[in-house]
Design a protein around this ligand. Structure first.
Ligand SMILES: [Zn+2]
Length: 691
């Protein structure tokens, strides 16, 4: 046992020695650090670190289909002062500022500063008006505390304290610079001292400087000056197409997480609605990164560009802004006319409550959206000033009725009923139905034609022309709701059009829909659905997209606002190709019946019959309450080879005929026709000035 203990001790001796050696070593090291090596270690500990600051890329611009600028960038330059890049020494700092003052004087520009004093030394006075503001008081307070100057000094006394503080007097108390230069140096240094700024957030010294001044300042080689380029959106055709173009602004609070996840900075500018939001990914570009190398005190020692920002892509919309303007004007003036006429006649509920509406123009051959007029509307250039009024206006100018409003189609739906009847073979184009006024097939539900006496015997095209309810009750009953809806869905009714804006899907009246709201479908519902009543409600854009598929032979194109995009330099152009969402199972007879029916309707409707250009139209009057009807009209033009389709809805517009004039005016503009639809000599296009 004893022996074991001895062995144990001997074995551990080398360890004890090692431990003692380590202790001595640490002690020596400690002495070195504490007493002899102070300076060297402080230097090593004061390390530099890098801070990355995002540089927002230039936002892509928005043009119409003909290259008319809609939302473009305008640049302004601000001369900034980066305090941390100025020399630390008081004398050198003043000398640098004196040279900046000299350059600005030569260029006729003045530094923008916040010192609340007027007059020339020694005749100084406080600027009483400035001194009244809380901001000014706060700054002064901060300044006095920082420099340990007592408050309540007379203006001149404070100024002289400042001169001393900034070392603007020499050892004998003489002024180093002339009065003007000295004054500006004081003002700049005071502003730097008491406004909040940090590296990467320099002080804006002179705003909106021209190229000459910017160049002169940069060439002077003064330390601490930066030229910052600012970019603002300007609108080429103010007040037109605002709902389509959209606004930009700071990221809304409820979308902050989403944008941050995509790599945006907190203060980034993003598209808020319209094309600005829809094409955000393209318009945005890629942010760059500037790295600031700083010491422990936040002084910027160096900066370099880690990643150059990539400008966003320019977007060419399918919108023709002149057509858009014509559509907006036609819609607005018609709504005002309906109200004026109704008031003049004094007949109740004849349109005096009309206050809003929508008009869409759609390419029947590509799905391109040529105009989306929503009334009332707003002006992007005065949006901020107008906001309170816009937000409180009961007619909701900020609501884009063309894609977000859902309206009963009324009799414009009968064309879909006709196609489903023909294609399901429940009728032929020659099927003759005898309208006796009241539809008596069912014992318990007997609706009437709008013409109480009945239209008598009609074939399909005449029934469309006369908008006979009875004919379509019978067609709907024979076809059945399931078969009818199969074709309606193919035509895009109650389906998304595919447009890049946030759109409402609308409702296609169906047993499933009625069940979803806790009710059962009855045979009477089918009759109402067949004439566009029941739960049917669609967006104005859906209506023009549906008519396009019906008159172009059954191709349902995806609605789009994007014609093409290109990069900043224009070297990479990408055309947006038409996309087909689906093919309607319809034949030439069905297409022909729709076209002839709409032609007949145009000829029989008072509001359209005098129009000379060959087109097809169909009115709809949709009851929205006991006393109010929406006016609806769909159209295509020209008759032989349909190029465009249009839809117009006027809320509380009394009857479908009231929706005709804005559509005719828009067609006239598009095809360069007179008011009554006759050809005009070619339009003089404005000469674009040479660049
Ligand atoms: Zn009838």
């Amino acid at each position: 046992m004893q022996q074991n203990k001895r062995k144990f001790n001997i074995r551990y001796i080398p360890l004890y020695v090692l431990y003692a050696a380590a202790c001595i070593l640490f002690f020596v090291k400690l002495v070195n650090i504490q007493i002899t090596g102070t300076d060297r270690y402080v230097k090593t500990m004061s390390m530099t670190h890098e801070r990355e600051v995002a540089v927002q890329s230039i936002r892509g611009e928005i043009y119409d289909r003909n290259g008319v600028p809609l939302a473009t960038n305008e640049y302004s330059q601000t001369l900034q002062l980066d305090y941390s890049s100025l020399p630390a020494d008081n004398g050198e700092k003043n000398a640098t500022l004196a040279s900046i003052v000299s350059v600005l004087d030569k260029c006729g520009r003045e530094a923008e500063t916040v010192l609340p004093m007027t007059g020339t030394y020694p005749h100084m006075e406080y600027d009483e008006e400035m001194m009244q503001t809380q901001l000014c008081k706060n700054r002064m307070y901060k300044f006095l505390i920082y420099h340990n100057i007592k408050s309540g000094l007379k203006c001149l006394d404070l100024y002289e304290e400042i001169l001393k503080e900034y070392a603007l007097l020499d050892e004998d108390g003489e002024h180093i610079y002339d009065t003007h230069t000295e004054d500006i140096i004081v003002r700049i240094r005071y502003s730097l001292d008491c406004t909040d700024f940090a590296p990467g957030n320099p002080y804006p010294l002179v705003s909106d400087i021209d190229l000459k001044t910017a160049t002169a300042v940069l060439e002077s080689g003064c330390k601490g000056v930066l030229i910052k380029k600012d970019c603002v959106r300007v609108y080429g055709v103010p007040g037109v197409g605002s709902n389509v173009i959209g606004r930009i602004g700071k990221i809304p609070a409820d979308k902050m997480d989403e944008y941050l996840a995509k790599g945006y900075s907190y203060d980034a500018t993003v598209g808020l609605n319209g094309a600005e939001a829809a094409f955000e990914d393209m318009l945005r570009g890629e942010d760059g990164v500037t790295v600031y190398v700083e010491d422990d005190y936040g002084n910027v020692l160096d900066s370099y560009v880690k990643k150059e920002p990539v400008p966003g892509r320019n977007i060419y919309l399918t919108i023709d802004i002149e057509l858009q303007e014509a559509a907006e004007k036609a819609l607005g003036s018609q709504i005002r006319k309906i109200v004026a006429d109704a008031r003049a006649t004094g007949i109740a509920d004849s349109g005096e409550k009309a206050d809003s509406g929508a008009l869409t123009v759609f390419s029947a051959k590509t799905g391109e959206v040529l105009a989306l007029a929503s009334y009332p509307t707003y002006d992007l250039t005065t949006f901020s000033e107008d906001y309170a009024e816009l937000a409180s206006n009961p007619a909701k100018p900020l609501f884009d009725r063309t894609v977000s409003g859902a309206y009963q189609p009324g009799s414009t739906f009968k064309l879909a009923t006709a196609i489903s009847g023909l294609m399901s073979k429940s009728i032929t184009q020659f099927t003759c139905i005898n309208d006796t006024g009241k539809y008596t097939y069912y014992d318990d539900y007997q609706p009437s034609c709008w013409l109480r006496s009945g239209h008598g015997e009609l074939e399909l095209v005449d029934a469309i022309g006369a908008s006979c309810n009875y004919y379509f009750y019978e067609t709907g009953r024979r076809t059945g709701i399931e078969e009818m809806n199969k074709y309606c869905r193919q035509l895009g009714l109650g389906e998304y059009t595919g447009i890049e804006l946030p759109e409402t899907k609308g409702i296609l009246a169906s047993p499933e829909y009625k069940e979803s709201i806790g009710q059962r479908w009855s045979p009477g519902d089918t009759l109402q659905a067949a004439i566009g009543q029941s739960y049917n409600s669609f967006t104005p854009l859906q209506l023009s997209s549906y008519i396009a598929a019906a008159v172009n032979g059954g191709t349902r194109y995806k609605a789009t606002l994007l014609l093409r995009s290109c990069n900043y330099s224009g070297s990479d152009v990408q055309e947006n190709q038409p996309q087909v969402l689906g093919i309607v199972e319809m034949d030439e007879t069905a297409q022909d019946c729709v076209k002839r029916g709409m032609k007949r309707s145009k000829e029989l409707t008072t509001a359209t019959k005098e129009y000379k250009f060959p087109i097809g139209t169909k009115t709809g009057t949709a009851q929205t309450s006991k006393t109010n009807n929406n006016a609806v009209l769909v159209a295509f033009a020209p008759y032989d080879d349909p190029e465009i389709t249009l839809s117009c809805v006027i809320e509380n517009g009394a009857n479908g005929g009231n929706a005709a004039q804005p559509v005719l005016d828009t067609i006239s503009y598009y095809f360069n026709l007179s008011k009554n639809g006759t050809r005009l000599p070619p339009r003089q296009t404005e000469q674009t000035p040479a660049e």
